[in-house]
Design a binder for this molecule. Structure first.
Ligand SMILES: Cc1ncc(COP(=O)(O)O)c(C=O)c1O
Length: 393
């Protein structure tokens, strides 16, 4: 493959040794926790060594500057201003920060709109707030299969009411891997006078981003999934008008010192994932970011066509709705048993050494596979043959 910089970029198995990923495992679950390249882990280790060699100097003289350098680099990558970037440990913390900053308003006239495909941890925060403050939580049914993004927009249009004060939308659904028509949704939600928080847990490094151009009130995203940062590296970007009252999930010394400063210090913690974000972004760029994201998307599209074809399955959404995660319906054993996703993963992994999540949603079982730089079509040929045998075809 020739990249946009004219470099020859051989993605696939020969890159796998840039990760610690086990040789004998076909790794098709980059989505759940990401996988950090060895060079980025080494950078994080160096940060820790620097920190431990003179902890006081590290925290008093270097830490804040280092963190802001990372914010600047990230801002550039995701199309946002760095003063609007607060670091958090993960997207769950980003959502917590927003919702808990709004919680004093959450009486019975306050409705939060989510969907049946909202990430369960995010749902849990909403229901905690409902039980504590009395707001309502409306879960709208999002269908899958879904062949037209307009269907998603129409469902939201019909669900937002005068009571809706906050809408949480997923940029990429953890269930289907579908990329939501996020710009159209934000325009719609804003036109109805509601606030919008985008849960972009998967998006950074997976799809090209220009966060400011979206016009959301808040956007949270993980850097430890598709952007290759060590685990525990995420951000919450907040639009200017909400920065004064959007507080980090932990209140500390810098209370009311300004948005990003409050997030920069939430008590002593290991900050190496944030500081190693710079080498992580460099690593992503060394794989030619735009090309890598496009290649991973095309690989996921080709892979699901191959797997669906071998298993006689219909594609549940159009190719342009797919990200770098593809989801197909599972037929066969435990299709609807409540604890079956865990069992299925274990049994399938035990037999074939393919790491891949099974996910139950919309009343049936699905399997979801990822496409990352270290994968190639042979992984999905093996997946298709293994799945065929597994379901007894
Ligand atoms: C849509 C979505 N939101 C939130 C999360 C939570 O991410 P984290 O565990 O890093 O907070 C995930 C994790 O996969 C996700 O897919």
């Amino acid at each position: 493959m020739v990249s946009s910089f004219g470099l020859i970029m051989n993605y696939g198995k020969e890159l796998k040794n840039l990760w610690l990923l086990r040789e004998d495992v076909v790794f098709l679950n980059h989505g759940s926790f990401g996988a950090t390249p060895i060079s980025v882990l080494k950078s994080a280790q160096e940060v820790q060594e620097r920190m431990e060699s003179q902890p006081i100097e590290f925290f008093l003289d270097h830490y804040f500057l280092d963190l802001r350098k990372s914010a600047g680099r990230l801002a550039n990558f995701i199309g946002a201003d760095s003063d609007g970037i607060g670091f958090v440990d993960n997207a769950t913390s980003g959502v917590n920060a927003v919702l808990r900053s709004l919680s004093h308003k959450m009486n019975s006239n306050y409705e939060i709109l989510i969907t049946t495909q909202t990430y369960p941890a995010v749902k849990a925060i909403c229901y905690y707030l409902r039980d504590t403050f009395g707001c309502t939580v409306k879960e709208i049914d999002l269908p899958f299969p879904c062949h037209d993004p307009q269907e998603i927009i129409d469902i939201y249009r019909n669900s937002i009411s005068d009571k809706t004060k906050l809408v949480i939308i997923d940029h990429v659904f953890y269930t289907s891997g579908v990329v939501a028509p996020v710009k159209d949704l934000i325009d719609l939600i804003k036109s109805k006078g509601s606030l919008v928080l985008v849960d972009g847990a998967h998006a950074p490094g997976m799809i090209p981003l220009n966060i400011e151009s979206l016009g959301a009130d808040w956007y949270t995203g993980n850097c430890h999934k598709w952007l290759f940062a060590p685990k525990g590296c995420a951000f919450l970007w907040t639009a200017l008008e909400h920065r004064a009252y959007t507080k980090p999930p932990v209140i500390s010394f810098n209370l009311n010192q300004g948005y990003y400063k409050e997030f920069d210090w939430t008590g002593t913690r290991n900050p190496s994932p944030y500081i190693a974000l710079r080498p992580a972004i460099e690593f992503h760029k060394s794989l030619d970011s735009a090309n890598l994201m496009a290649r991973n998307h095309h690989l996921a599209v080709d892979a699901r066509r191959l797997v669906a074809g071998k298993l006689g399955l219909e594609l549940p959404c159009s190719d342009d709705m797919v990200s770098t995660l593809a989801t197909l319906p599972f037929t066969g054993k435990y299709e609807q048993a409540p604890d079956s996703a865990y069992k299925l993963r274990k049994e399938f992994y035990g037999k074939y050494k393919i790491e891949m999540p099974f996910i139950e949603f919309n009343s049936r079982m699905w399997f979801r596979f990822s496409a990352q730089a270290y994968n190639d079509m042979s992984d999905y040929e093996y997946l298709a043959n293994s799945m065929k045998e597994f379901i007894g075809m």
